[in-house]
Design a protein around this ligand. Structure first.
Ligand code: B12
Length: 323
C-alpha cells in the first residue's frame, strides 16, 4: 500500500525499520508530489532500496529537532526547500515576505535565513562524523564563491560555510543514488570525489584529472573582473559532455572542487522517476493547519518539460535507446 515516508519513530516502526539509512532535513513542509524536489529525491532513493526518513522544518534553535530518528546509518540529506531560503523570505526590495507557500497554512518564519547552512551546522554539532550531503537550488546556486544579493557580499562556497561533506548540484536523481551506493559499499564520504554533478572539499588537487583553476577566493575579493572571469569559466563548463573539473582555492591547502555536471536522464529514466508511488499531496498532519498552499497549482499538473536532452544522452548511451 502507498504511504508517506516516515516522519515519526512510530511511522518508522510500522515499516519494520530499526534505523533509517538517510534522514532528509527539508526547509519546506513535506509534500510528496513529483513537482517537489525532496519528494523526487526521497522516492528515487526508496526505489533503490534505501530507507529515508523525513524531518521537515525542524526548530533550528534546538539540536534535538534533527535527532528525532537518531543517527542515520549512511548520512543526512539537507535541502533548504524548493526555493532558496532568502528568495523565499524576502522580496527583491529586501522586504520580508508575509507568507510562505511551502509552509502549512502559508505561514512565514518556519525556516531560518540561509537554511542549508543553519541545518548543516546543527547536524554537525549533534552528530560530528555523520556524512552530510546537500542539494537543491540553494546549495546548487551557491556551490562556488558567489555574489549574495541579500548581504551585498561575495560569499564562499556553501560547502565551507555549512560544513557539509558533499554537494550535489543540478538534477539529483542519478548523483544521489551513486552517492548512496558508494556510502553503502563502505566508502568514506571524503573518498567520494568521483560523482558527476558533485562538489567536494580537498586539501590537495594532484588527483583531479585535467582541472581548470579558477581565480582564488582572495583574487575574487580584490577585483570584480576576476569574478567575471571566474563566472565565464564556470558558464562554459556546464555541458556534461565537454565540461572539465573546476578548482577554487581558499588559502593554503584548501580547495573546493566542482566535478563536471551529471548527465541528464534518458526518457525512460525520466518516466521511471514520475512513475514512483507519490502520494501527490502534502502530509496529512498539515490538514488542521490549512494544508500547504504550494500544492494548489500543481496538484493536477503534468510535468511537460525538464532538461532531458535525449539525443545527447542517447548518443553517449546507445544501449538505453530501446527504453
Ligand atoms: C514550477 C516553478 C514555479 C511554480 C511552482 C509551483 C509549485 N507550487 O511548486 C510557480 C509558478 C508557482 C513558481 C513561483 C515562483 N517561483 Co518558481 N520556478 C518553477 C520552476 C520552473 C520549476 C521548479 C520545479 O518544480 N522543478 C522540478 C523539481 C522536481 O526540481 P527541483 O526542485 O529543482 O529538484 C531537483 C534538484 O534541485 C535536486 N534536488 C532537490 N532537492 C535536493 C536535495 C538533495 C539532498 C539533493 C542531493 C538534490 C536535490 O534534485 C531534484 C530532482 O532533479 C523553477 C525553475 C527550474 N527550472 O527549476 C522556478 C524557480 C524555482 N522559481 C523561482 C522563483 C524566484 C519563484 C517566485 C519567487 C517568483 C516570484 N517573484 O513570485 C515564485 C514563488 C512561489 C511561491 N509561492 O512562494 C526561482 C527560484 C530562484 C532561487 N534562487 O530560489 C526559480 C529557480 C526560477 C529562476 N531561475 O528564477 N515557480
Amino acid at each position: 500500500m502507498k504511504d508517506f515516508l516516515p516522519v515519526t519513530i512510530e511511522d518508522m516502526k510500522k515499516r519494520g525499520w530499526d534505523e533509517p539509512d538517510f534522514v532528509y532535513v527539508i526547509g519546506d513542509a513535506y509534500v510528496d508530489h513529483s513537482s517537489f524536489g525532496p519528494a523526487v529525491i526521497s522516492r528515487v532513493l526508496e526505489s533503490r532500496g534505501f530507507k529515508v526518513a523525513i524531518i521537515s522544518q525542524p526548530d533550528w534553535h534546538d539540536e534535538e529537532s534533527i535527532a528525532l530518528f537518531g543517527r542515520p546509518r549512511l548520512g543526512f540529506l539537507v535541502s533548504a526547500g524548493n526555493m532558496d531560503s532568502m528568495v523565499n523570505h524576502y522580496t527583491v526590495n529586501k522586504r520580508k515576505r508575509h507568507d510562505d507557500a511551502y509552509t502549512p497554512g502559508g505561514k512565514a518564519g518556519k525556516r531560518p535565513d540561509y537554511a542549508t547552512i543553519v541545518y548543516c551546522n546543527l547536524i554537525k554539532r549533534k552528530f560530528k562524523d555523520v556524512p552530510v550531503i546537500i542539494g537543491g537550488i540553494e546549495a546548487s546556486l551557491r556551490r562556488l564563491a558567489h555574489y549574495d544579493y541579500w548581504s551585498d557580499k561575495l560569499r564562499k562556497s556553501i560547502l565551507l560555510d555549512s560544513g557539509a561533506d558533499l554537494l550535489l548540484y543540478g538534477m539529483g536523481e542519478l548523483s544521489v543514488v551513486e552517492t548512496a551506493e558508494a556510502l553503502d559499499s563502505g566508502l568514506k564520504i571524503e573518498d567520494i570525489t568521483f560523482i558527476k554533478g558533485s562538489v567536494y572539499k580537498a586539501r590537495e588537487i594532484d588527483a583531479v584529472p585535467d582541472p581548470i583553476l579558477l581565480p582564488d577566493f582572495d583574487e575574487l575579493l580584490k577585483d570584480k573582473l576576476n569574478y567575471a572571469r571566474s563566472f565565464y569559466t564556470q558558464y562554459i563548463n556546464t555541458d556534461f559532455v565537454t565540461a572539465k573539473p573546476l578548482v577554487e582555492k581558499y588559502g593554503e591547502h584548501r580547495y573546493v572542487v566542482q566535478n563536471p555536471p551529471q548527465r541528464p536522464l534518458t526518457m525512460q529514466e525520466m518516466d521511471d522517476v514520475y512513475d514512483l508511488p507519490y502520494m501527490n499531496t502534502y502530509h496529512p498532519s498539515y490538514e488542521a493547519l490549512g494544508g500547504v498552499p504550494a500544492i494548489k497549482e500543481v496538484k493536477f499538473s503534468l510535468t511537460s518539460n525538464r532538461d532531458a536532452s535525449e539525443a545527447a544522452v542517447s548518443a553517449l548511451l546507445p544501449s538505453t535507446r530501446e527504453g
